[in-house]
Ligand binder design. Structure first.
Ligand code: UD1
Length: 345
């Protein structure tokens, strides 16, 4: 039995990770500051875990929380698009300064095993192939194209339509938002730390996570929470673009299982996609939720957000081969359950 510290362990994903670690017979401590961007009210201590109510940027508190700990699962972060440039210092503070403080305190305490909550947002656009030019990086999306309803990225050489493929972990990073940039920086910081300290870091690149206790719609929410909150309020989910954009929706219980598995990762830094392996279009996901909830049919609006990427489809192969992790919940089942599961206030 080992003692694990879960930062952000009172949050949506962190609380599921905490439960999964306890179920796997680990001792668990939680460091969580109940950040107002994530919590309207301070959440209770997860049953069976020791709660340290403190910020990951607070070196003294982190040092105290690390006493007797063997490994850290680092979930504490500000997520999503945020409210605008005003949020920049808080994103960088929570996500990058917080990680730096944690790594320094872990070295000091001689702890050399870390699982990092990363994200598929580090990739930017997914992987694409041109029939004539092979694998290509599409040109950035153009506002005029999007306004004219041309949503599919085209080949940078011949402008022909591309076919979306699977993104593997060795794809180049291309952060398109402040949040994405902070996740790339976390990966780089932990990779340097792993080398310098001969430590183990598994960076789990979560795809689109959903499930029970997901927070309600806020500027920091992903699309599953936004649609689910709309349905709960009696409104139709509003699907942007033409609804054909593809994502991989992965159940939070599977994400928690991936974290438990990642504690067994080898030395050095290694990134892993954490995905269901069964991609879905955003339009289909909205339809599935609306049907299961018994709410109004989704409306496809043709609206767009310039910063959005079109398709991100993960290859789950590396996590399966190296961590033995395979998602157990098919999105069709998990989303049906999510349609009626409680959201967090
Ligand atoms: C999301 C999160 C990201 C997280 C990642 C993996 C945001 C902004 N992005 O990235 O933080 O790390 O998943 O879990 O939170 N859409 C609609 N209607 C809406 C809102 C969105 O159709 O009301 C569409 C968007 O245009 C986009 C897709 O849904 O095509 C996904 O949107 P979203 O969940 O916000 O962003 P991701 O890029 O998937």
């Amino acid at each position: 039995m080992t003692h694990i510290l879960v930062t952000g362990g009172a949050g949506f994903i962190g609380s599921h990770v905490t439960s999964a670690l306890l179920a796997a017979n680990h001792d668990v401590s939680v460091l969580d500051c109940a950040h107002p961007a994530a919590h309207r009210e301070p959440p209770p201590a997860p049953d069976g875990a020791i709660l340290h109510r403190a910020d990951v940027r607070d070196r003294g508190a982190v040092r105290a929380a690390l006493r007797g700990v063997d490994a850290v699962v680092h979930q504490a972060a500000l997520v999503g698009l945020g409210a605008g440039p005003d949020d920049l210092p808080e994103y960088v503070g929570c996500n990058d300064l917080g990680t730096a403080v944690l790594l320094a305190a872990m070295s000091e305490a001689g702890i050399r095993r870390l699982v990092l909550a990363s994200s598929m947002v580090v990739y930017g656009e997914g992987a694409y192939r041109c029939e004539r030019h092979g694998p290509v990086r599409p040109t950035p999306r153009d506002a005029d194209d999007l306004a004219a309803g041309r949503f599919e990225p085209s080949c940078p050489h011949c402008r022909q339509p591309l076919t979306a493929g699977l993104v593997a972990e060795d794809a180049p990073v291309d952060p398109r938002s402040v949040y994405a940039a902070t996740k790339v920086a976390q990966e780089h910081l932990t990779a340097v730390w792993a080398r310098e300290c001969d430590a183990s870091v598994a960076a789990l690149r979560y795809h689109n996570v959903y499930g029970p206790r997901m927070p309600r719609d806020t500027p920091y929410s992903g699309v599953a929470a936004i649609f689910r909150s709309a349905l709960a309020g009696g409104r139709a989910p509003r699907v942007y673009e033409d609804g054909g954009q593809v994502r991989d929706f992965v159940h939070v219980g599977d994400v928690a299982a991936a974290n438990v598995a990642a504690l067994g990762a080898g030395r050095g830094f290694r990134a892993y996609n954490v995905a269901s392996g069964r991609p879905t279009t955003v339009g289909d996901m909205a339809g599935l939720l609306a049907d299961a909830f018994g709410g109004p049919r989704p409306v496809v609006t043709g609206q767009f957000r310039l910063g959005d990427v079109r398709h991100v489809v993960a290859s789950p192969a590396r996590a399966a081969a190296e961590l033995g992790f395979r998602a157990a919940v098919p999105p069709a089942d998990g989303l049906r359950e999510f349609a009626c599961a409680p959201l967090r206030g």
